[in-house]
Each structure stands twice: as structure tokens, then as C-alpha cells.
Design a protein around this ligand. Structure first.
Ligand SMILES: *[C@@H]1O[C@H](CO)[C@@H](O)[C@H](O)[C@H]1NC(C)=O
Ligand SMILES: *[C@@H]1O[C@H](CO)[C@@H](O)[C@H](O)[C@H]1NC(C)=O
Ligand SMILES: *[C@@H]1O[C@H](CO)[C@@H](O)[C@H](O)[C@H]1NC(C)=O
Ligand SMILES: *[C@@H]1O[C@H](CO)[C@@H](O)[C@H](O)[C@H]1NC(C)=O
Length: 767
């Protein structure tokens, strides 16, 4: 989502230790550390697996193996390979007890060999990506069919737990330098004139035969040694070293179901959502959550769930740190300027009705905020370096440290707002306000450092504000779908309370104490003032496109995502009179520890079509043909990006290595400093199997994020049902060239023009 922001020219500084440094060794050390980190994670997971059973086998099969080996041994056969006699001399005894132990060891070895062969075979199978490129609606190729059968057979032995398939997920492949450069040059061709392009081509060539080869060597090493050659650097350099405010620039938001409004009681809704989140956390802890499987057999990497809960991003002078606590049995709640600690576990988890009671006590608490308390969270909107300094200065001891600790170590943060969140088709600006409220609130009522802040409007509608470094939007969407699913089961009584009884008196919420001196209060006021400036500069609108949606687009025989991206291209061209570098996020979770890759929707084909659209001389048929070509190109690029054949992550990693080696590469410098004026992302829907056809009132309008550059747009969209598409469009007011409302209007026209292409003609039938 908003990651494109930091991806441009991230100005990180490398501090080498010591005076006389050998930079090559430094990079090797860096690569080494990446590997060690991933091995540590693998080891932790391995221990976890030993605990939870070794996928794909069940434990009882081990006992069967042991009995068979013992039986074979004592029936006098020397099979298999007489392993028992080989093992026996290594053991300290030869009596019956040791013989049995010897047999057990052999059985265990055979058992593990079988398991690991199956896992490895699965991994090899999952490397095959041919299935993705097959056209929907056509019969599958024989290769894919056979492949699918094999995968099904090997993975059907046992129901996988959340992390069971991790060991079988392949590593992200490192593309060759040549391929990446070819793709890169093709992607920027439509954005430059011949002369500039020639120059760039030369830079690229020099890079390829020059320093590029050396940089690539380090990446090859890294890709062998660690599980993912991108993700840890991406997290560190794009997120954690980013110094600008998290609010608007980095955090993103997600909204509630559009029409469903299960209760108007704020405390009841808050309790329902909180307890659903806690249940989700428990499913993750126990690995009982079903791993996401594409086509019911190809797993997506589950590593991002690790840090969804009990997590905070702690500011640092040079770089932030994501801190995760193994243990967190409370949540932190903000209401009307006051902070509370709410304990949610006393022997057992509190039930939702009991949590409602606690939330009600907070809402009914008449006390006033302490000095400085109300706007305290404005610190989390500061420049990260400054926040780190303030944190050291004001929160290093005593009451303040204790209270800050409680917030940071909470399972998550909850904001009980004193405004309603309104959806009314007749008052669209109220819906815009709702979205803005989630993205930034008042600038001091969300804890932007927390992995996520649940926001509850005083009319019982909810939303979420998410920090971005620990994970990407699909995880949050999944949690939201989980909440909605839970709420489908008669959660509320007629008068809006939670169904159920208070069985134990829940612990009363504890007011956090602060001891803030005038100096601190002044800084807080300052931070809140700055936050307000940022907020006032942002404009955001939600555009509900309801005249047609996925249903119609499919009759045009193109991918809905490609169609919408083309609409955005056309709109931007009409709005700005030019093309721009466009960013679309796509996930790479088909690979271990994968996060995202960039798709570049502005292509040679798309620009050809866009230019043709407003040319009256070109017949409709030709326009349709160009549109199809553009969509096909986009679709191919999208799949390539998902399969590790993108452009941007590879170049990014090369850049990181070059920084460490202290070599200047004019080519990389140039690539990494190009601004993404159009940053787009599609929100996923329906990952959890919640049937939106059956419950259309549960459908959500997704979420959004701020613009990535000052003179650009941030656009997120979600395809809702067959006939609706929601766009969240944001821009900065300080730029006079952009305007999200104007963009939305032009987008509507563009979508209409595209529809007309097809309806004045029935070419879609025989093309
Ligand atoms: C798949 O195999 C069947 C049977 O061998 C053959 O008839 C069919 O043409 C093959 N299909 C494709 C797409 O190759
Ligand atoms: C953040 O603050 C530091 C030092 O206070 C300053 O050097 C840096 O430029 C600031 N960064 C941003 C993005 O404002
Ligand atoms: C978070 O804290 C809870 C409660 O102490 C604990 O049970 C759980 O394991 C922690 N979650 C994670 C993902 O570490
Ligand atoms: C979108 O707007 C249309 C017309 O304004 C309305 O009929 C429709 O219900 C809206 N869609 C949703 C999902 O609210």
C-alpha cells in the first residue's frame, strides 16, 4: 500500500564501524547476518513443529513405524539395510532395553526421512508456476493437471496447521541482472523521449557490464544463504529507517462493512470486535488458523502473522525497531483524552459480555485528562528521530515509563471515538470523513506505533489504523473478515447488548498515570500542531462506482484488475496531460517470507491505448484491440511480479549492496529516485471463505492510504460483488495540480467511456 512512499530515494546512511573498513567484508557480514536471522527463525519454528507434530505425518504413524521395525528385527529379517546392526555398536549396551532403543532410533530415522522427502518434494512441486499463467475458463493443460494431482496426494495426508507448510514454500528466486534490466527498460520506455531513453539505455548497459555484476554476486550469495533475499532489507530500509511521520505517510486504514450495522451500542461493538481479535490471536498462537491456500492447494507464506499482536514499533535515532512480546494479557484503550489498561485475562479469557462491561465503565468514567495526557499520542506522528529523542527524555523512568510500557506492551490499541462513523449514500462526504478519521483521526487519538489501532465510532461502527512495517494489508483484511464472520452468529441482543452473561466480575479498567512537566507538555502541543498541519493538507474521497463492476468486465474477457488499472491510466492522462510512473502492489507470498513486489501498470501497450481513446479517427474496434493488448500485458506483468520476476525489489536490493560497498552507481541512483505519482493497490476480499453472495450486507469497502509523493495520488480500490467498485483516492492540498474529487469525476467518465466501447459494438462476442 503506502510502501511506495519510502521506496523512493530512501535516504539512509550507512555507518561503518571503525576507521579503516573493508567494505567487501562489511557486505559479507550483512549477508551473513540475514542468513543467521532466518536460520534462527527456522529453528524456532522447527521447535514449534516438534511440539505440534511433524507435518505431514501424524504422530501415531511413528508408533506404527516403530512396531514394524521391531517386528522385522525380531522375525529375523535384516531389513531395511540391516540398519539396526549398524546402530547397535554405537549404543552403550546390547541388552533388550538397548535393542529396543536401537530399533526405535532406526524407525525414527526412517520416519523422518520419509517426512522430509515428502516435504522437499512438495517444495519442488510448489516451484512450478505454470498453473498461474493458464487462461481462466479454458481447460487446464495436462502438465498442470498432473501437477495438481501430485500436490493433492502429497498434501492430503494431514490437515495443515498455520505454519506446517512453511518448510515446503519455495525461496524467492533471484532473477538475472540481464532480465531485470530488460524489463526495467521496457517499463520506462513510454515515459521518456528517444534521447532520454538512449541515455538511460547506455547507463543500464554500463551498469550491467560494470559494477552490476559485482553487486549481483553478493545477492546470489544472500539468496542462497537466507530464506528471502528481499524481505529483511525491505523491512529495515523502506520502513524502519524511514524518518517521516507514520501518520498518513506510512500507516493505512481499513473500514467496516458498508451497510451492516449490528449494534448502535459503542461498548458492545467494541467488546465484540476486541474479543474477536483475541480469538484470532489465540488461533494464531495455537496454529489452528488455516493457512491460506490458493486453489485449495498452494500455500501462501504465513510468516506475517507472527507480529500482528503484542507488537509495537519503537522509535530509534537512526532506525526504529519492531518489538514483539511473548506475553501480553491486556489491551490499552483511549477515550476522551484518557488512557486505560484493560486486563482481558484472569485465569481465563474474559467473555465478550464481560469486556463490554469494562468498556462501559470507561465510557462512564467522568474523570478529566491529566495535564498533557490528551494529546500525548501526537508524539507517534512526529519525525521518528525526534520522537526517539522525546521518548528518551520524558519516558525513561518513573510513572511515565510504566504507563508508556503498558501501552507498548498491550496486545493492541483501542480508540473509543466520540464521533459517529457514517455511511449514507445521500451524504458521501460523511463517508469521506469516516475514512479520514481512520487514517489520521485528530492526530492524537491513534497510537500510530502500535501494530494496529482498533477504532470504534460512538454509533458502533468500527475501523482500523495499521502500522505497515510488520505486515501488509491482506493480513488485516483477513482479521476484519474474521470479525465479521464471528458477528454473524447472533452476537447481539435486540437492544444492542452482547448476548451472554457476566460470570465473573471483570477487573476494572486502570487509569494510566502520567507525570508530564511543562517542557514535555510544550513538546506535545507542538507535535499535535504539526500533526494538524499534516492532516489539514490531506484530502481524501471515496468513490462508489456502481454502474457496473466485475460482472460486466468479465464479459469483456479481460482481467478485472487490468481493466481498472487501465481506467486509472486513462484518467491520469486526461487529468495531468501526461503519463507517470505507476505503482501497483502485488504480493509475493507464494515464496517464503515474501511480502510485495511492484507491478508497473504504465506500459507501452497501455499508453498506446490511452492515446487512441481520445482520437476520434481511430475506430472502436481498433480501440478494443488496443485495450485487450494493454490488459494482457498488464496481466502478464502482474503474474511475473508474483512469481519473483519483477523489477523493483531486485533493483532495490542491488542499491542496498551498492550503498554498503560505497560505490556510486548513476544508474541505480536514477532508478531509485523516480517518483511514483500514482500509487495504487487492490484490497483483497473473501480470503477467509466468508460467502459474500450469501451475506451481501457484510461486504466492506476496503481501505486506503495517503499519497506517496506531494504531487501524486494514493489510490486503493476494492471490487465488491459483481456490480460495485470502491475507490479511495487521496491527494495533498498543497499541490495545486492534483485534486482527488476531480480525479474521481474523471475516473467515472473514463469507466463510462470504456463501457461504451463495448456496448456500441458487439465485438466482445466474436473477438
Ligand atoms: C491431454 O492428454 C489427453 C490424453 O492423452 C489428450 O487427448 C489431450 O489432447 C491432451 N491435452 C492437451 C491440452 O495436451
Ligand atoms: C527528522 O529529524 C532529523 C533530526 O531532528 C532531521 O535530520 C531529519 O531531516 C528529519 N527528517 C524528516 C523526514 O523530517
Ligand atoms: C501475545 O500474548 C499472549 C498473552 O500473554 C500470548 O499467549 C501469546 O502467545 C502472545 N502472542 C504471540 C504471537 O506471541
Ligand atoms: C453505491 O451507490 C449507489 C448509487 O448511489 C447505491 O445504489 C449503492 O447502494 C451504493 N453501493 C453500496 C454498496 O453501498
Amino acid at each position: 500500500m503506502a510502501e511506495a512512499h519510502q521506496a523512493i530515494a530512501f535516504p539512509f546512511i550507512i555507518t561503518h564501524d571503525g576507521w579503516d573498513v573493508n567494505v567487501d567484508q562489511e557486505v559479507l557480514k550483512l549477508v551473513w547476518r540475514s542468513g543467521v536471522r532466518s536460520w534462527k527463525r527456522r529453528f524456532a519454528r522447527f521447535m514449534n513443529n516438534v511440539h505440534n507434530g511433524v507435518y505431514p505425518a501424524r504422530l501415531w504413524t511413528l508408533w506404527v513405524f516403530m512396531s514394524v521395525v521391531v517386528a522385522i528385527h525380531y522375525s529375523g529379517y535384516k531389513a531395511p539395510y540391516d540398519l539396526v546392526s549398524i546402530i547397535m555398536p554405537l549404543l552403550p549396551g546390547t541388552n533388550l532395553k538397548w535393542q529396543l532403543i536401537g530399533n526405535a532410533i532406526v524407525a525414527m530415522l526412517i520416519w523422518l526421512t520419509v517426512i522430509y522427502s515428502v516435504r522437499y518434494t512438495l517444495k519442488l512441486l510448489f516451484m512450478y508456476k505454470g498453473w498461474m499463467y493458464e487462461t481462466r475458463g479454458r481447460p487446464l493443460s495436462n502438465k498442470t493437471k498432473i501437477w495438481m494431482i501430485l500436490v493433492r496426494i502429497l498434501s492430503s495426508w494431514n490437515k495443515p496447521k498455520l505454519y506446517s507448510l512453511q518448510g515446503s514454500i519455495p525461496k524467492l528466486p533471484l532473477p538475472s541482472l540481464k532480465d531485470t534490466l530488460i524489463r526495467y527498460l521496457a517499463s520506462v520506455r513510454p515515459l521518456m523521449n528517444d534521447e532520454n531513453y538512449k541515455q538511460l539505455e547506455k547507463l543500464a548497459k554500463d551498469f550491467e557490464v560494470g559494477i552490476g555484476t559485482k553487486l549481483q554476486r553478493y545477492l546470489i550469495l544472500k539468496s542462497w544463504w537466507s530464506t528471502n533475499y528481499v524481505s529483511d532489507w525491505w523491512e529495515e530500509y523502506v520502513y524502519l529507517r524511514g524518518r517521516s511521520s507514520l501518520m498518513i505517510n506510512s500507516n493505512f486504514y481499513g473500514m467496516d462493512a458498508i451497510v451492516k450495522h449490528p449494534t448502535k451500542n459503542q461498548a458492545a461493538r467494541a467488546a465484540s470486535v476486541i474479543s474477536a481479535c483475541l480469538r484470532f490471536r489465540r488461533l494464531v498462537d495455537r496454529q489452528e488458523l488455516k493457512p491460506l491456500l490458493i486453489q485449495n492447494c498452494i500455500p501462501l507464506c504465513s510468516s506475517q502473522y507472527d507480529r500482528t499482536f503484542n507488537t509495537t514499533r519503537i522509535p530509534g535515532i537512526e532506525t526504529d525497531e519492531i518489538v514483539h512480546w511473548k506475553d501480553s494479557s491486556h489491551i490499552a484503550v483511549y477515550h476522551r483524552g484518557r488512557y486505560f489498561k484493560v486486563i482481558i485475562k484472569t485465569g481465563r479469557m474474559l467473555n465478550p459480555r464481560e469486556i463490554q462491561e469494562q468498556i462501559q465503565q470507561i465510557l462512564d468514567d467522568p474523570s478529566e485528562p491529566q495535564p498533557g495526557e490528551e494529546k500525548l499520542a501526537a508524539f507517534t506522528t512526529c519525525n521518528r528521530t525526534e520522537w526517539a529523542k522525546m521518548r528518551k527524555c520524558f519516558f525513561n523512568k518513573g510513572t511515565n515509563k510504566i504507563s508508556l510500557d503498558i501501552i507498548e506492551k498491550a496486545a493492541f490499541f483501542v480508540s473509543l471515538d466520540d464521533v459517529p462513523y457514517i455511511y449514507d449514500p445521500k451524504l458521501p462526504h460523511k463517508y469521506d470523513q469516516y475514512a479520514k478519521n481512520l487514517l489520521h483521526g485528530k492526530g492524537y487519538d491513534r497510537w500510530f506505533d502500535k501494530s494496529f489501532t482498533l477504532c470504534i465510532g460512538n454509533n458502533g461502527k468500527m475501523g482500523v489504523n495499521c502500522e505497515h512495517s510488520w505486515g501488509d494489508a491482506p493480513i488485516t483484511t483477513q482479521i476484519w473478515e474474521f470479525i465479521i464472520t464471528e458477528e454473524l452468529e447472533n452476537r447481539f441482543t435486540k437492544d444492542g447488548n452482547i448476548v451472554g452473561k457476566i460470570e465473573i466480575t471483570p477487573p476494572a479498567p486502570i487509569r494510566l498515570q502520567w507525570d508530564l512537566k511543562s517542557e514535555a507538555i510544550e513538546q506535545i502541543e507542538n507535535a499535535a500542531e504539526n500533526a494538524k498541519t499534516l492532516i489539514d493538507d490531506l484530502d481524501l474521497t471515496i468513490f462508489n462506482h456502481s454502474s457496473y463492476g466485475k460482472g460486466f468486465i468479465k464479459t469483456c474477457k479481460v482481467s478485472p484488475d487490468a481493466f481498472i488499472q487501465m481506467a486509472l491510466q486513462l484518467t491520469y492522462y486526461r487529468d495531468a496531460g501526461d503519463f507517470c510512473l505507476t505503482y501497483e502492489a502485488c504480493m509475493t507470498r507464494l515464496y517464503r517470507d515474501g511480502r510485495t513486489e511492484t507491478v508497473r501498470p504504465c506500459t507501452i501497450e497501455s499508453t498506446a491505448w490511452v492515446k487512441a481513446m481520445d482520437n476520434k479517427q481511430i475506430p472502436t474496434e481498433e480501440k478494443i484491440k488496443l485495450l485487450r493488448a494493454a490488459c494482457d500485458r498488464h496481466q502478464k506483468n502482474y503474474l511475473d511480479a508474483m512469481c519473483g520476476k519483477g523489477v523493483d525489489r531486485h533493483l532495490f536490493c542491488l542499491y542496498v549492496v551498492s550503498k554498503y560497498l560505497e560505490v556510486e552507481s548513476p544508474f541505480l541512483q536514477r532508478v531509485l529516485s523516480e517518483p511514483w505519482k500514482l500509487s495504487t493497490s487492490q484490497s483483497p476480499l473473501g480470503q477467509t471463505g466468508l460467502d459474500f453472495k450469501k451475506y451481501p450486507e457484510c461486504m466492506g469497502s476496503g481501505g486506503g492510504f495517503g499519497p506517496v509523493v506531494d504531487d501524486g495520488y494514493g489510490i486503493s480500490y476494492i471490487i465488491v460483488g459483481e456490480d460495485d467498485i470502491f475507490f479511495h483516492i487521496s491527494h495533498k492540498k498543497r499541490c495545486k495540480k492534483t485534486d482527488c474529487h476531480r480525479f474521481a469525476k474523471k475516473l467515472e467518465e473514463a469507466l463510462m467511456d470504456m463501457k461504451n466501447l463495448f456496448s456500441t459494438n458487439d465485438h466482445n462476442i466474436h473477438l
